[in-house]
Design a protein around this ligand. Structure first.
Ligand code: GDP
Ligand code: MN
Length: 378
């Protein structure tokens, strides 16, 4: 599970990592009060489980407590990158000299943790990796002997940071690594790790992912107030989960609905083969009724940037007429400009086709045909 920033902060704080002072709030009044208790300007930060909040307008600087409350009113209950903002973190504003990047990640390829440090922080580490790979420094602690002092020293020296950063950075690397182990994390990332004019290092933003199955969950829950566990799930994923549907988000443009994991997987394969890019997929499982199909359609189409929908149904216990009814209900008389291609075969196929035809959709009978059509029309 991915923790929200303020939750991750509680773990880092417990691990002794220096952070700007601050607290989480749910109302503009609370924000004013917290800001009033901090010195100087404050930063008001939207607590949503996505990165790049700064650029999207979710991180704002306030000069006064009233200004912070004003910002809070603008942010609360609004959406940031598709996520509803219900909590704000209010922290003291820090004067930043340099932004660094530091993380411990579980590298599945290397079957163990890797510590990554870069003197280029504040931006996406993927971007640094692509543009200036020479600015990324790594060390792989041996799982048996652990993280040795010489490894930390070597990592810092290789990166060429200023001497006066050495000591605080050394301490933070040690602490971040033990936090990673103690909390059963798969990622603990500080970006930016900022140096201030006084040469202190502070974790200004962090991202923490915990392995839900790990035995360390107890340690995590003891520190978090009420772990919401909504962490890494987006609004759409939560909605699908509520409906009992398997939903997976992908990068492309075509929304995909199918029944059964195997069928959905082959749908994605054939679609990709034809040059189509799936935006997401949703498995409605066996025996779905019209109501569930309608919900499935609404979920898949609620993703931004969809260029068409491909519904692939192989009727068995799932009845084609129920599917058709659900789709027609979902489409209703709303104007849905995007192409909807339906492949329908199996139980009650004729009845299903008739329902769709009356609505104006001609179902195809093979996966190949359907994939061809959606690629051509979307
Ligand atoms: P993200 O955009 O979701 O990664 O959110 P961050 O918390 O990393 O904030 C984005 C950027 O805002 C940081 O890289 C900083 O440059 C800036 N920022 C955040 N907090 C402060 C602060 O206290 N002082 C200053 N000067 N800048 C800040
Ligand atoms: Mn950040």
């Amino acid at each position: 599970m991915r923790l929200l920033e303020y939750e991750g902060r509680l773990l880092l704080e417990d691990a002794g990592i220096p952070l700007p002072r601050g607290k989480v709030a749910e109302t503009a009044d609370e924000v004013r009060e917290i800001a009033g208790g901090l010195e100087g300007g404050t930063v008001v930060k939207a607590q949503v489980p996505v990165g790049g909040r700064g650029k999207a307008g979710g991180i704002k600087v306030a000069e006064s407590p009233d200004g912070a409350a004003e910002i809070a009113r603008g942010l609360l209950a609004s959406e940031l990158k598709g996520e509803l903002i219900s909590k704000l973190l209010v922290v003291e504003q820090v004067e930043i000299e340099t932004e660094y990047y530091l993380s411990v990640i579980l590298d599945r390829g290397r079957k163990g943790p890797v510590i990554i440090f870069s003197p280029e922080g504040g931006v996406d580490i993927e971007q640094v990796a692509e543009e200036k790979p020479e600015n990324i420094f790594e060390v792989e602690p041996d799982p048996l002997i652990g993280l040795q002092p010489f490894m930390i020293r070597e990592l810092i020296y290789k990166s060429g940071v200023r001497d006066d950063i050495f000591k605080p950075l050394y301490g933070i690397i040690e602490k971040l690594y033990s936090a990673y182990l103690r909390f059963g994390a798969t990622l603990v990332e500080i970006n930016p790790l900022a140096s201030t004019p006084g040469n202190d290092l502070l974790a200004l933003d962090s991202k923490v992912k915990i392995d839900d199955d790990s035995r360390s969950m107890e340690d995590v829950e003891a520190i978090l107030p009420e772990s919401e566990g909504t962490g890494d799930k987006t609004e759409i994923e939560r909605r699908a989960e509520k409906a009992g549907l398997q939903y997976v988000e992908l990068e492309g443009e075509v929304g995909v609905i199918g029944n059964g994991a195997g069928l959905v997987m082959s749908t994605l394969d054939v679609l990709s083969q034809k040059g189509g890019k799936p935006a997401n997929f949703l498995d409605i499982g066996g025996g779905a009724d019209a109501e569930l199909v309608k919900e499935a359609f609404d979920i898949v189409t609620s993703k931004e940037g969809i260029s068409g929908i491909f519904v692939n149904i192989f009727g068995g216990i799932t009845r084609c007429d129920e599917i058709a009814r659900g789709l027609v209900e979902a489409l209703g008389d709303r104007k849905f400009d995007l192409p909807v291609i339906v492949r329908l075969t199996g139980t009650n196929e004729d009845a299903g086709r008739k329902i769709l035809e009356d609505y104006g959709i001609n179902a195809v009978s093979t996966l190949d045909e359907g994939a061809d059509q959606i690629v051509k029309s979307s």
